[in-house]
Design a protein. Structure first.
Length: 336
């Protein structure tokens, strides 16, 4: 009986002690059991200040004597003026370029007096109708899409004097009779810095053809233009990206002088290189290269831009018709 009484008193005392301990320091809800070991315990000491305790204010940046500086605006872009030379100096430069063209460009021709007159008259009329007056002596690239001509001519355009023909080469413009081939539109197109041209990668299609020329050939982008669909007799139109580029120098250059393109203007590889090196229609690109690294990267490092560089490409049609003939069954032919 004594042992039972002693055991009863021990259990009672243990119960009271447990109650007091739990009331003083209850376990946290995320606490791990002791058997997990101290290395696995995630219990962190409670650092929350008690109610009524003094809490220091949040830290702040100390005041300084120098007031905050507003964001500095980027410096203004200094765009150089387009080069302007006298009419006499422009004629001398045009003569120099014509001699260089004759010695460096395959198929270069100065044309007959009648052909030169047609180029000059139609080009000047087109520029006037487009309300794009020539304000400085500059070169204008003129392309005759007449299926019996298919040539380009570089023209020296002068603000207050007769224009002069330098000569040019065969080209290929849009053909008819093939599905998804467009007729190159006529009009005045500007090589503006709003669009960035590019260079050919020289890749071949499944027929082994380099469609826009050998690797590194320049491609001038004249933007989206409305063109007539050359495979439909109903005179439907669509949008094409009008470009000036070379063609495959091995397999297709011999076809220049005949309509053959999908709507773009194909030129000889030697003319492509000459235009690129002397910047014949890159006047606005040369300006952009002074402040935009993209244009600087596109233009050749060793270029020698001429002082009479221009920015206009004029497509004319000296034929008896205002548009090439369209094959009435072209839309029924299968794709090549």
């Amino acid at each position: 009986m004594r042992d039972v009484s002693s055991l009863t008193r021990f259990v009672a005392l243990l119960s009271v002690s447990t109650t007091l301990v739990v009331g003083v320091a209850p376990l946290a809800a995320c606490a791990r059991p002791d058997s997990a070991g101290p290395e696995l315990s995630t219990h962190q000491p409670d650092t929350t200040p008690s109610l009524g305790a003094s809490v220091p204010p949040p830290a702040s940046n100390p005041p300084t004597d120098t007031p905050p500086q507003p964001d500095l605006a980027p410096p203004p872009i200094d765009i150089p003026d387009l080069p302007v030379v006298s009419d006499e100096a422009a004629r001398e430069e045009a003569s120099r370029l014509a001699v260089l063209m004759k010695h460096n460009i395959k198929g270069f021709s100065t044309y007959t007096p009648e052909r030169r007159k047609a180029f000059l008259t139609l080009a000047k009329d087109a520029v006037t109708q487009a309300d794009m007056p020539v304000s400085r002596p500059q070169l204008v690239m003129v392309v005759d899409r007449n299926e019996k001509v298919q040539h380009l001519d570089y023209v020296l355009a002068l603000p207050d004097a007769p224009w002069e023909s330098l000569g040019g080469t065969p080209v290929s413009t849009g053909t008819t009779g093939r599905k998804y081939y467009y007729i190159t539109p006529t009009g005045v197109f500007q090589n503006t810095a709003d669009r960035l041209g590019y260079r050919a990668e020289g890749t071949k299609n499944k027929y082994g053809i380099r469609g826009i020329g050998a690797k590194g050939s320049r491609v001038w982008d004249m933007g989206w233009q409305t063109a007539m669909k050359g495979w439909l007799p109903r005179h439907e139109t669509g949008q094409i990206r009008l470009e000036i580029h070379a063609t495959d120098p091995q397999f297709l250059e011999w076809r220049l002088g005949h309509p053959a393109s999908e709507g773009c203007i194909r030129i000889p590889a030697t003319m492509n290189k000459f235009m690129d090196h002397y910047g014949l229609i890159d006047a606005l690109y040369e300006q952009a290269a002074s402040y935009d690294p993209r244009f600087q990267a596109l233009l050749p490092k060793d270029r020698q831009p001429t002082q009479i560089a221009g920015d206009l490409v004029v497509v004319i049609d000296s034929g008896p018709l205002t548009e090439p003939k369209i094959d009435p069954i072209a839309d029924k032919r299968p794709l090549p």
